[in-house]
Design a protein around this ligand. Structure first.
Ligand SMILES: [Zn+2]
Ligand SMILES: [Zn+2]
Length: 353
């Protein structure tokens, strides 16, 4: 099978590797699409490392190719599925206490983490989710990021008729927007990119703000009886997005730092006395649990979250490196790897992956 192996930073090599050998208790998936998320972009750039060589890719959709011995599942060969590529050990403290998004073994080398940039992946049955007949496979590849938005908004305890600000209108911002709308919130979006704000409006945002032109704090206070928003998700690592969150939040409001910061390690743009007096809750979120993933698959299948407009490009293995570079640009939302048929490269001698 074809796989894209990241041998070192910026060195992505397409190799012919043996299909994973199916162990008892596993399901083999024929990958059809895999999203290029910020994780893959950071691994490729080299500013995040798990280990080398690694096959990146964690936003997978595809078909059930084979069911291993001893698997008890309603799934059958040919079923269309979304795959949660994060393995969970179900043994560590976090798995045992319902926080499997923080599983201590999710990047353990022995379980070969990620791996979606391949024609086939072997996974545990609980990583495989049947999708609705109406959900195209390219859209099903968004189950993972949508699940992360669900986790983020649940952590903020967003509820019906609340005011939510999404700071940053990249793909994660636009998915947060739609999930928050599905949860019954009124949702505002801020970004400095007019094109992205237009996309937010098209996806149902109740108001959009460009910090270059608008005084977001003043505008949002006008709309919220002078209080500020109930909850805010920071989806952009640009530091002004963090400032916006602290300025726009009401007393006793909740902020989720959804984005990761790489080069900049910002301090909270608020003094501790204001935090104390205003009772602002600040948190972060990491990944998603199995239930978040299940809910994401259903929301996508219901058509409540529309991700088709977020697909900027579908690339093949042969132009995957260009696709990763394109995914880093603010001109694109999501770029997907589509495992299209093509010329196979010469089989590699080393088949350690
Ligand atoms: Zn992702
Ligand atoms: Zn665990």
């Amino acid at each position: 099978m074809k796989s894209a192996v990241l041998e070192d930073a910026q060195r992505l090599v397409i190799r012919e590797l043996p299909k994973p050998e199916l162990k008892p208790g596993e399901i083999l998936i024929r990958v059809k699409f895999c999203g290029i998320c910020t994780l893959e972009q950071r691994l490729y750039r080299g500013d995040m490392k798990i280990y080398y060589p690694i096959i990146p890719g964690h936003e997978v959709s595809g078909e059930v190719a084979e069911i291993g011995d001893g698997v008890i599942t309603p799934l059958k060969t040919g079923d269309r599925v979304a795959v949660d590529m994060v393995y969970r050990c179900h043994e560590c403290y976090f798995c045992r206490t319902g926080q499997s998004n923080l599983c201590e073994n999710r990047f353990n080398r022995s379980i070969k983490p990620l791996g979606g940039f391949s024609e086939y992946v072997a996974v545990k049955p609980n990583q495989v989710h049947l999708i609705g007949d109406n959900l195209p496979l390219d859209e099903a590849a968004f189950s993972e990021p949508v699940a992360c938005c669900i986790r983020s908004l649940k952590k903020l305890q967003v509820t019906i008729a609340e005011d939510v600000l999404i700071a940053g209108a990249g793909p994660m911002g636009l998915m947060h927007l739609q999930v928050a709308l599905a949860m019954g919130a009124r949702v505002f979006v801020s970004d400095i990119d007019g094109e992205r704000l237009r996309a937010a409006l098209a996806m149902g945002a109740d108001g959009v703000f460009n910090p270059i032109d608008d005084d977001i704090t003043v505008e949002l206070k006008k709309l919220t009886g002078g209080r500020g928003v109930d909850a805010c998700v920071v989806t952009s690592p640009a530091l002004p997005a963090l400032d916006t969150a602290f300025q726009a939040i009401r007393k006793n409001g909740r902020i989720n730092i959804y984005t990761a910061y790489m080069q900049d390690k910002p301090v909270m743009p608020i003094d501790m006395n204001t935090l104390h007096r205003n009772e602002v809750l600040v948190t972060g979120t990491e990944g998603r649990t199995e239930i978040d993933f299940q809910q994401a698959v259903r929301l996508l299948s219901f058509g409540r979250v529309k991700v088709k407009p977020l697909i900027s490009q579908v690339v093949s293995f042969e132009n995957l490196a260009e696709g990763i570079t394109a995914a880093m640009s603010s001109d694109t939302q999501r770029v997907l790897l589509g495992t299209l048929e093509g010329e196979l490269p010469e089989p590699a001698e080393d088949s350690s992956l």
